[in-house]
Design a protein around this ligand. Structure first.
Ligand code: PMP
Length: 276
């Protein structure tokens, strides 16, 4: 397989990273995961814009322009003949002797990208999946798509240990987001999702679903809701680049509504696939 490293396409085994890369030592960098459908990068522009925002928030200057990223990532997809899968891409603050403060300006950010075949999770999307609840113990800048993912890692593992697909996090009573997804609920025909604050990552799929709601004339409120609201909801679903619109049919040991994907969730799934 081909991979991208600092603007060059090389074969996988020729791509080498340094043990003093700041991502390796501090998680000091940012990333994106981009869906590829039928050989085409889906919402690439939105992902690159979010990468630029994350970079700005951590005071990292990106080594390439949006146009250069676009061109390189498309070339990578083509080179690997990827039809259905993802691109993973990250930028780190570079390689320097270990010291917490930023390295000097001559240290160049390191950019890598690779692709992976990944089918759409159609069986899960059809039947729904289980989620587990846990306290959100992450830092207060979850709006940055940073490589520091230990909180998310531990959350997802708790879900997996309990036979769940995703961990839904809450700060006190307020539901924030999944370990790698955003959370929506439906109550009496109205959709709710956490506002795009510093406590969640503003998912590209989240924003897409908000647009689809508007198109379908569904009422959606970007408003905080509680764990109790979640457990009492008629429908719950999560959204992410890899999971699209994924019905949650069980939370811990309790079914969501009747325990099958709800009508608005299914409607949004159907509308979502029209977009690619
Ligand atoms: N929140 C978190 C913490 C995530 O890691 C992700 C996945 N990138 C999302 C939300 C969903 O974002 P997107 O729809 O852009 O994939």
């Amino acid at each position: 397989a081909q991979v991208l490293i600092n603007g060059e396409i090389v074969t996988r085994i020729d791509a080498k990273v340094d043990i003093e890369d700041r991502a390796y030592q501090f998680g000091d960098g940012i990333y994106e995961v981009i869906r590829v459908y039928n050989g085409i990068c889906y919402q690439l522009e939105e992902h690159i814009q979010r990468l630029e925002r994350s970079a700005k928030e951590i005071r990292l200057s990106l080594p390439f322009s949006a146009e250069e990223f676009t061109q390189q990532l498309q070339e990578l997809v083509k080179g690997n003949q990827l039809q259905e899968g993802i691109i993973y891409t990250q930028v780190t603050r570079g390689v320097a002797p270990r010291y917490h403060g930023f390295p000097s300006d001559d240290v160049k950010p390191q950019f890598v990208a690779y692709t992976k075949d990944l089918p759409r999770p159609t069986a899960f999307m059809e039947h729904g999946v289980k989620a587990v609840l846990l306290e959100d113990v992450r830092w207060l800048r979850c709006d940055i798509k940073s490589l520091n993912l230990l909180g998310n890692v531990l959350a997802k593992q708790k879900a997996n240990d309990e036979g769940g697909f995703e961990a839904i996090q809450h700060r006190g009573d307020i539901v924030t987001e999944g370990s790698s997804s955003n959370v929506f609920l439906v109550q009496e025909g109205i959709l709710y999702t956490h506002p795009a604050s510093s406590l969640i990552l503003n998912g590209i799929t989240r924003v897409k679903v908000l647009e689809l709601c508007e198109k379908l004339e569904l009422i959606v409120k970007e408003q905080e809701f509680t764990v109790k609201d979640l457990l009492d909801a008629d429908e719950v679903f999560i959204t992410s680049t890899t999971s699209e619109v994924m019905p949650i049919t069980q939370i811990d040991d309790q079914p969501v509504g009747p325990g099958i994907p709800g009508p608005l969730t299914v409607k949004l799934q159907q509308e979502f696939v029209k977009g690619f």
